[in-house]
Design a binder for this molecule. Structure first.
Ligand code: GAR
Length: 210
């Protein structure tokens, strides 16, 4: 089984990146190794986490490109340069166009802080997802790891984990519990499954062999 270069895309604090770094240190990313972290923001704390762990960093600021197409082209070139076998969106808040999705079909995964198909799609990111879940009054939310396709949050689902909503939850407390109990567990697990060639996609659905 071949060794895989993992490139992680970030925009913010990078706690999901940290979960991946910790999993790699414990030997839990299978054949994968995090070889580069690319941020859409120059001041993302995720970059510090990468540097502290001697992982190469690159910054591609969205605002420095006139449109999504030129940003996507620059990202695609960077991913090819980094010889990415797997690309992980870990709190990456910029949408890339279908050219990138096609170039890396079934090689890009995203963690979303809700149980897709609830509270997902364009505009549903970060704390806002949890505000909407509480507004609706759901009793269960959670996280989803899925392959990235041109349609936002609509690609084949790899793993999901449910988390109970508690009386008195705020968007912040729900976000924290979903990160701790779901995101930081299922994202490294999905990366491990991918790197060990245990995920196949058929008819828009994944089949996982363990
Ligand atoms: C995470 O909760 C992640 O699921 C979410 O942003 C947060 C990033 O936190 N992503 C999205 O909402 C994407 N639609 P982190 O930078 O600490 O990993």
């Amino acid at each position: 089984m071949s060794f895989k270069n993992i490139v992680v895309l970030v925009s913010g604090g990078g706690t999901n990146l940290q979960a991946l770094i910790d999993a790699e240190k414990r030997g839990e990313l299978g054949n994968g190794k995090i070889t580069c972290v690319i941020s859409s923001k120059a001041d993302a704390y995720a970059l510090t986490r990468a540097e502290e762990n001697n992982i190469k960093t690159r910054v591609l600021v969205r605002k420095e490109y006139s449109d999504i197409a030129s940003y996507s082209k620059a990202m695609c070139d960077a991913l090819i340069e980094e010889k990415a076998d797997l690309i992980v969106y870990a709190g990456f808040m910029t949408i890339l166009d279908e050219n990138v999705c096609d170039a890396f079909e079934n090689k890009m995964i995203n963690v979303h802080p809700a149980l897709i198909p609830s509270f997902c799609g364009k505009g549903f990111y970060g704390l806002h997802v949890h505000e909407c879940a509480l507004e609706k009054g759901v009793k269960v939310s959670g996280a989803t790891v899925h392959f990235v396709t041109a349609e936002c949050d609509a690609g084949p689902i790899i793993l999901q984990k449910a988390v109970a909503v508690e009386e008195g939850d705020t968007p912040e407390s729900l976000q924290k519990r979903i990160m701790q109990e779901a995101e930081w567990k299922i994202l490294p697990k999905a990366v491990q499954l991918f790197c060990d060639d245990k995920i196949t996609v058929e008819d828009g659905k994944t089949i996982i062999s363990e």
